[in-house]
Design a protein around this ligand. Structure first.
Ligand SMILES: Nc1ncnc2c1ncn2[C@@H]1O[C@H](COP(=O)(O)OP(=O)(O)O)[C@@H](O)[C@H]1O
Ligand SMILES: [Mg+2]
Length: 463
């Protein structure tokens, strides 16, 4: 198990395991202490009561005689084994197992008690191996403080150990349950992260190979879901872009093909010397000139576009008299209007302010927009060029009575490579370039249009 899952589950497992172990050790230690110390105090109480009895009633200091009587006087409620031992360590009386009477006993607690100190001993009975707990108290002469014997109370630890064992078993089982619970919830939880991430990764790999039609399924509404959605969005954008690029290549090839075909055709005709008259020759050369110019313009547009794309365009600003500029453009366009049967008018506010701008670039913008109007306006239509003073800016409006732009296409026309009507010539870059130029001037372009009625393009330039 590697990766995120390994790190998270591994860490939590280690932490839980260590803390469970730590608390269980403390708990088990405390429990054992509790049971053992309550046994010890119980044994001490019994031993003390026997000594008390001895001092109270039998105090003639001959233990060998009194031992049996003393045993009988021990409180009946004690389940422990009681031994009376003399000052040499010889067992005088045993409440449970008299067979050892008369033998010398050698245990730590007895030896300590013979030295005058009360002591406890925990160990196993040599014969049966049974775990026992014993306390020994010295019996002293009331005058001389001399040790005359020992009272030893013994109890088996088997029962308590059994109880403790059960407790420990329960605790350990519980501990393992907790660790397993953490392990499985950790696995399940990290799966909610790892699985979608894996899906997103494999989708991204497919996309990297150029297939933008794959999409990541949304599982959760969280950061990972958002990542998937973003990736989907990216794929959508890339696929749009790819489609636009393909369209662009197709249309640009077409754009280049058409004039080239007509130029080639005329060159072949002229070359074959089939030309009958001087007029025909002139017509052919005119067409070649016009078509060559179209090609040069198209190439210029492409070059311009790639410069904008690289962001290396700089404006050469100077004082621009917009009125003069617009009138000049209108004059330049007049022959085309006549040829197409379109009425062109111009209406400029008096005292239109002179603005700081790149004149050639602005000319390019207006010619582009008016060129569109010509392309999309039928015979008998009109094109108006309007210049207006506004507060802190100038508005140049090109209005036509052309075919208009569908509402959903209006935001797209300033995108590069967008062409509404694929059969009309053009690269789809015109308005995109206009938009860039106007933005460089800190201005904006607004387009309004109604299908079948006409289009209004506003260029707003700051003064
Ligand atoms: N005056 C207009 N009337 C109708 N449609 C227009 C007009 N101006 C622009 N459009 C639409 O916007 C598209 C993009 O224009 P443009 O960027 O100049 O590219 P192009 O002229 O090469 O097609 C055009 O293809 C056309 O569909
Ligand atoms: Mg155009």
């Amino acid at each position: 198990m590697r990766g995120i899952r390994g790190r998270i589950v591994g860490t939590y497992l280690a932490i839980t395991f260590l803390s469970v172990m730590f608390f269980e050790i403390i708990l088990i230690y405390g429990l054992t202490e509790f049971y053992y110390s309550s046994i010890e105090s119980e044994l001490n109480r019994s031993a003390q009561s026997i000594i008390h009895n001895y001092n109270q009633y039998l105090n003639n200091y001959d233990l060998s005689k009194d031992a049996k009587i003393l045993l009988e006087s021990t409180p009946g409620n004690t389940v422990a084994q009681v031994q009376i031992i003399d000052d040499k360590g010889i067992l005088l009386a045993d409440s449970i197992d008299p067979s050892m009477e008369g033998e010398k006993l050698d245990y730590y607690d007895i030896n300590m008690a013979l030295g005058g100190k009360q002591a406890v001993w925990k160990g196993k009975i040599p014969l049966t191996g049974e775990p026992v707990f014993s306390v020994s108290w010295p019996i002293t002469h009331s005058d001389s403080e001399e040790v005359i014997g020992v009272v030893r109370v013994i109890t088996t630890l088997s029962d308590v150990n059994e109880i403790l064992k059960n407790h420990i078993l329960i605790l350990v089982t519980l501990g393992f349950c907790i660790v397993f619970l953490i392990f499985f919830t950790g696995l399940a939880l990290t799966n909610t992260i790892v699985k979608p991430v894996k899906e997103i990764t494999s989708a991204a790999k497919v996309m990297a190979r150029g297939r933008f039609d794959v999409r990541v399924a949304k599982r959760y509404d969280d950061e990972i879901g958002e990542l998937g959605a973003t990736l989907n969005y990216m794929a959508q954008e890339l696929s749009n872009h790819q489609k636009m690029k393909n369209d662009f290549i197709a249309s640009i090839s077409h754009e280049l093909r058409t004039p080239l075909t007509s130029i080639m055709g005329w060159i072949i005709t002229i070359n074959s010397e089939d030309i009958e008259s001087k007029e025909e020759l002139k017509e052919g050369l005119d067409i070649i000139e016009r078509e060559s110019k179209r090609l040069a313009d198209l190439v210029d547009e492409l070059l311009d576009f790639s410069k904008f794309d690289a962001g290396v365009i700089t404006l050469r600003k100077g004082a621009v008299n917009l009125e003069e500029l617009l009138r000049y453009i209108k004059r330049q366009m007049e022959p085309r209007a006549e040829r197409k049967g379109i009425t062109m008018t111009i209406d400029i506010d008096e005292g239109l302010p002179v603005i700081e701008a790149d004149e050639n670039r602005l000319k390019q913008v207006f010619i582009n927009i008016i060129d569109n109007s010509f392309k999309f306006t039928q015979k008998g239509g009109y094109i108006d060029i309007i210049g207006r003073k506004r507060e802190n800016c100038v508005l140049v409006r090109i209005e036509d009575s052309g075919c208009g732009i569908p509402k959903e296409d209006i935001p797209k026309v300033t995108q590069r490579f967008f062409k509404g009507d694929k059969t009309v010539s053009g690269s789809g870059l015109g308005l995109a370039i206009c938009d860039e130029i106007v933005k460089l001037h800190n201005g904006e372009i607004n387009i309004e249009s109604t299908v079948g009625k006409g289009t209004t393009v506003d260029v707003i330039l700051p003064v």
